[in-house]
Every structure is written in C-alpha cells, then in structure tokens.
Write a new protein. Structure first.
Length: 248
C-alpha cells in the first residue's frame, strides 16, 4: 500500500491510545476479550504503516495501572494476551528492524509478562528502525510520583546534586530514552488522554478518530499524520499578523 504525500513534516514520535475493543466486540454480540484479540491485526498494520510513513517512535497504551479494576477474567486475558502477542510477534517485528521497548511498573505485573517484555527488548536491542514501546502496567501520574520519590532518595544520598530541572526530571521517567510525543492519537471517538504520557505530551498535537480500534488501519494512522502535517506548532511562541482593515 502506497503512503500518501503529506502536506508537511511527519511526526517523529506517535503515541496511541488503542481504544474501542470492547465496544467493537459487544456490537457484534461478542465478549470484550474477543475485541482485544481482534485488535492485534490492527496493531501490526499500524506498526507497518508507521514504518512506511517514516515515523521513528511509536508508543502504545497496552495496559494501564487503572486496568486492574476490570473484571478478573478480563485482566487475566489481557495478561496472557500481552505475553502471547510478544511471543508470537517478536520475530516478525525483529525482521522489520523494529526495536521493542517496555515502559511500565513491575508491581502487580505478572512475572511471565515481564519476562516476555525483557526477552523482546534484548532480542531487538540492536535494531535501528522504528522504536516500538509497549506501555504495560503504565500510568502517567504514578510514573511522575515514582520519579519524584526516587529524586528525593537520590538527593538524600548525594547521587543528585543541584536544582531539579526538566532535563534531570526526564531521566527519571519510564520513557527516559524517548523524545517528547509529537502526535497523540486516540481511537474510538473518545476525547480523553486517560493518564497516558502526561509529561511527554505537553506540546503534542492531538487527533481523536471515530474508529474503534479493531477497525483501525494504517490508513487511519496516515489520516492522523496528514492532520498533524497541516498544523502550525508554535511551542508557546506566536507571530503578530494583524489583518489590514478593509478599504486601506
């Protein structure tokens, strides 16, 4: 499939909230877990589309720290599913020159899921193509709290000296090796960020698409990139361009 010509720059870092699996399944008389299962093909298509478009970093919200509130059956499925997707797809992604990374907290996360994440990271560590980060057991507020607590400890022990700066803070985040998010996408039509990459998305451009995740494809990714490419990113700056009065 040919990539369209974008009107402007392609985002370096794209973040996606993959939302709508449950609604997609329920609308078809299926259980929520069937929706999650159907979302795997969409994810692989989007990864390939990101590579084609020239995106360097793709970060997806696979399981949040708030998702533990869901039913035990759904949580169990998602834990097994994340583990199995990694096991099933890592060789394919490795063949695409994709570097796989994990951002998330260890507490509560199944050790077998952590093992698969670390195996995938190690296997693909030398790849130079797209960096694909799976946020599993991730929540942005607790990420920031964890970072602050570690900063306090390092300050007490003398490991951290001087005033805290944004650059120093960045090094304590779970995404410390990633650049800031340029384009933030959410599927399903919802217009929330749901505690995802709050610090990293301070100047991101947001695109909310009314497409349930299992129906999402690289074409939708490219449509979001096209929107992004037309926007004027000022990062707090502004240019004074008063309009001339009519008749002058």
């Amino acid at each position: 499939m040919k990539v369209p010509k974008f009107d402007g720059a392609v985002p370096q870092h794209v973040a996606i909230v993959m939302d709508g699996n449950g609604r997609w399944a329920n609308a078809r008389g299926l259980t929520r877990v069937e929706g999650h299962r159907a979302g795997e093909a969409a994810l692989m298509d989007v990864i390939e589309g990101a590579i084609q478009a020239g995106v360097k970093y793709l970060t997806v919200f696979a399981f949040s720290t708030e998702n533990w509130k869901r039913s035990p059956d759904e949580v169990k499925f998602l834990m097994n599913y994340n583990r199995e997707v990694l096991r099933r797809r890592r060789d394919e992604l490795d063949g695409w020159n994709v570097r796989i990374k994990w951002a998330g907290r260890r507490p509560k996360l199944w050790p077998t899921v952590i093992d698969e994440l670390l195996i995938a990271e190690k296997q693909t560590a030398k790849n130079k193509g797209l960096t694909f980060t799976m946020c599993v057991n991730y929540g942005s507020r607790i990420e920031i709290v964890d970072a602050i607590n570690q900063i306090v400890e390092d300050s007490k022990s003398g490991k951290l000296n001087g005033a805290l700066t944004e650059k120093k803070m960045q090094k304590y985040l779970l995404t410390k090796d990633l650049p800031d998010v340029d384009l933030f996408i959410r599927s399903s039509g919802e217009t929330r960020i749901s505690n995802f990459l709050l610090w990293q998305s301070a100047y991101a451009e947001f695109v909310f698409l009314d497409v349930l995740w299992p129906d999402f494809s690289r074409k939708d990714l490219w449509a979001a990139i096209q929107q992004y490419s037309k926007r004027n990113r000022r990062f707090g700056g502004a240019v004074d361009k008063p309009k001339k009065a009519k008749g002058n």
